[in-house]
Design a protein around this ligand. Structure first.
Ligand SMILES: Cc1cc2nc3c(=O)[nH]c(=O)nc-3n(C[C@H](O)[C@H](O)[C@H](O)COP(=O)(O)OP(=O)(O)OC[C@H]3O[C@@H](n4cnc5c(N)ncnc54)[C@H](O)[C@@H]3O)c2cc1C
Length: 361
């Protein structure tokens, strides 16, 4: 356990918003967590849990305690049926977990290579990329509940994972600290190659090798070409979620924009769950719009205002090369959202968590 006081958090958020913490507690064990929350209770301080800081917008002053979750541990446990359980502590680096898995020839998370951040944050927004999501392999999540001082294991169903969503974003779940996760990986589940770019390059560059390492290599190259590295240009990845809208919204938009980028998704209606989208009546479909396309079409790609802007290659990524504070980043985002709403009638919802009152334990 390492305590510091009045610490700059500039190096602890990839968006590089200037910020400082009253207290910073680096926790390596469960007893470190307990000690931190006991201190917080005794001194009536708020606690904000942080992993890699790659999906947050930090205010200038973080009052109370910022708890860096660094709980370690990685274990691969073979099951009699050939599958392998991967147990990992919340403080492990997510990308390392992916690399260790693909090196062993295990499948399930290879498409999620190079997503920044720590293991403990992965279930919070059900991280996803290139056709795969954490929910495809997640078996359970271990939590510490500061209110009861207890630890519990949540099943996949308990976690209520959805598109960039989970129980950990609700009023109840926000109170918990994730201490570890367990995934089920397999040496022989099918590779996920439904993204056209990914499949094409896997065939061309990797000779269609039926190995998770080949897929991971392609995803890594695609991501490095498309996404700015926060070490070079501060950013928090996709700044907006892809909006999910009803069929009539898409139909209306297509009148003005026949080239609109939209993908059918299965609506929450369980009756649709087993149908391939093609067999579902169009009016019952929900559609995911490409937020990047809307932003690009509205003319914001590459635009820069006072050190905050929209990346020139990836409109969905807001960048902060000027290391501007959170309120300026948010002001830029608000102007962009208002313009997209005025042009297309569609609301864009930010993906990173705005740290403040509600994100504290
Ligand atoms: C360049 C770039 C690319 C990205 N690409 C993707 C992508 O392809 N797909 C994707 O889904 N995301 C992507 N992201 C977003 C981000 O990497 C993920 O959301 C990641 O899981 C965040 O991990 P973190 O440890 O940095 O979380 P943080 O930013 O530290 O925290 C995020 C939230 O989780 C909470 N939290 C963190 N750890 C815990 C814990 N142990 N217990 C309870 N609460 C906790 C925090 O309080 C905060 O509310 C990208 C980000 C960047 C910068």
């Amino acid at each position: 356990m390492k305590w510091s006081q009045n610490v700059s958090l500039s190096g602890y958020n990839t968006l590089a918003c200037p910020s400082s913490a009253q207290y910073l507690a680096e926790c390596y064990t469960l007893s470190d967590l307990r000690e931190t929350f006991a201190f917080a209770r005794a001194n009536k301080l708020r606690v904000t849990v942080l992993g890699g800081g790659s999906n947050v917008i930090m205010p200038v002053q973080m009052s109370g305690i910022v708890l860096l979750n660094r709980l370690p541990g990685v274990a691969f446990k073979p099951l009699p049926d050939g599958q392998v359980l991967l147990q990992a502590g919340a403080g492990e680096v997510w990308d390392n977990l992916v690399r260790l898995s693909v090196q062993r020839g295990l499948r399930g998370i290879e498409n999620l290579i190079l997503i920044p951040g720590r293991v403990g944050a992965a279930p919070i927004q059900n991280i996803g990329a290139y056709g795969a999501e954490l929910s495809d392999t997640l078996l359970s999540v271990e939590i510490y509940d500061p209110a009861s001082d207890d630890c519990r294991t949540l099943s996949l169903a308990d976690c209520q994972l959805g598109y960039r969503d989970s129980i950990f974003k609700t009023a109840v779940g926000r109170e918990w600290v994730i201490t570890g996760i367990t995934l089920t990986l397999s040496p022989n589940r099918p590779l996920v190659l439904e993204y056209a770019d990914l499949r094409q390059r896997w065939e061309q560059e990797e000779g269609a090798q039926n190995h998770p390492q080949a897929v991971a290599r392609v995803v890594e190259r695609l991501r490095r070409a498309k996404l700015p590295d926060p070490a070079d240009i501060p950013n928090a990845g996709s700044f907006f979620k892809n909006p999910v809208v009803d069929h009539d919204v898409v139909a209306q938009l297509r009148l003005g924009y026949p080239e609109l980028v939209a993908y059918p998704v299965l609506a929450s209606d369980p009756a649709l769950a087993s149908d391939p989208p093609i067999q579902t009546p169009p009016e019952r479909l929900k559609w995911k719009l490409a937020a990047g396309w809307l932003i690009d079409k509205a003319g914001w790609k590459g635009r820069m205002d006072n050190g905050v802007g929209c990346h020139e290659r990836q409109a969905l990524v807001l960048v902060n090369p000027g290391h501007r504070p959170a309120d300026e980043v948010l002001a830029f985002a608000t102007r962009l959202q208002a313009d997209v709403k005025a042009r297309f009638g569609v609301d864009l919802e930010p993906e990173p968590v705005l740290l403040g009152e509600t994100e504290t334990k």
